[in-house]
Write a protein that binds this ligand. Structure first.
Ligand SMILES: C[S@@+](CC[C@H](N)C(=O)[O-])C[C@H]1O[C@@H](n2cnc3c(N)ncnc32)[C@H](O)[C@@H]1O
Length: 298
């Protein structure tokens, strides 16, 4: 596997290959809501931007019918190839197209060429988010629909001093600082795209792009008695191998780089019991945005 997007979508997000089914199951309701928001009709041409391995796009394929078409767009040729192979296995290649393109530059697609644009957890990786929305608006036909899901990480980050992953590690605060610094370095400058917007910005981007009707549902949760991956029955060894997003290292990789073996032992000795006895606080927020391009196309 050569690119970081494919490495994450196909492997690193699961921590352990055995967790793939559980992760994908947890995404099923998100897929349903994005597809519902798109109000797909038989015969539609749907563009899924940042299609990954096809969570949304393959869901759409079963709704658009024999006359419809799904365009998979992604920056990763490797992921497009994975989806193409699966589409072949499903004998659906005649209803699929695969386009190497960025959300902020959909130039392979003509103006007013699709009925629906969907995207899940992609805008969060885009630096020029307004341009991405401008492009979604440009490629949609008059009356076309946009349906988006994005995590709102600004609700969760940055965490307070001494806190990590929702756990109070103030008694080893200097180690926490170094783990956080190393995490930021390894995650690279792109990391800031994850927290440089919130739900109000999404509404603004859509309105400024020209959408005449925009709706957004914001869901924020605070759950005491959990911490990162609250609610799942993940073991510690799997948890520390999960990369939370394609730009980020896993906790195991971060600790390895940030701390000496003795410090790592001390850090884990504090965090692991809190994780295993669910003594943390999970904070998370997401937004679903639906928008319609005016029938006059303006
Ligand atoms: C978190 S994954 C989501 C994949 C898929 N939408 C899903 O729901 O499973 C993010 C995807 O966005 C793609 N991506 C990253 N930056 C992008 C950009 N600027 N434009 C389009 N796609 C991008 C990655 O290759 C990856 O497939």
């Amino acid at each position: 596997m050569t690119d970081r997007w494919a490495a994450w979508v196909l492997e690193r997000r699961f921590g352990d290959p055995g967790e793939a089914a559980r992760t994908l199951e947890s995404l099923a309701p998100v897929r349903e809501r994005v597809l519902e928001g798109a109000q797909i009709e038989g015969g539609d041409t749907l563009l899924d931007v940042g299609a990954g391995d096809g969570l949304i796009a393959f869901g759409a394929l079963s709704i658009i019918g024999d006359e419809g078409k799904v365009i998979f767009a992604d920056v990763s040729q490797e992921l497009l190839d994975v989806s193409r192979e699966l589409a072949g296995e499903l004998e659906s290649l005649d209803r699929c197209e695969f386009v190497l393109a960025r959300a902020e530059n959909l130039s392979p697609l003509a103006d007013e060429s699709v009925d629906v644009v969907t995207t899940r957890s992609v805008v969060i990786y885009v630096e020029d988010k307004q341009r991405a929305f401008d492009e979604f608006h440009r490629v949609l036909k008059p009356g076309g629909r946009l349906s988006i899901f994005e995590p709102i990480n600004r609700f969760t980050f940055p965490e307070p001093e001494g806190y990590f992953g929702g756990f109070d590690l103030t008694s080893v605060a200097p180690l926490v600082d170094r783990v956080k610094d190393t995490y930021d370095q390894l995650a690279g400058s792109g990391e800031s795209t994850l927290i440089d917007f919130d739900e109000r910005d999404l509404l603004d981007f859509a309105e400024r792009a020209g959408f005449r009707k925009v709706e957004l549902t914001y869901e924020a949760k605070i759950e005491h008695g959990g911490g990162a991956h609250w609610g799942s029955e993940l073991g510690w060894e799997t948890f520390i191998r999960i990369a939370p997003n394609p730009l980020a290292p896993s906790l195991a990789e971060t600790i390895d780089q940030a701390l000496t073996p003795e410090e790592a032992e001390r850090f884990v000795a504090h965090m692991r019991p809190l994780f295993e006895s669910k003594q943390g606080t999970a904070r998370s927020a997401v937004a679903y945005l639906r928008a319609v391009k005016s029938a006059e196309g303006a």
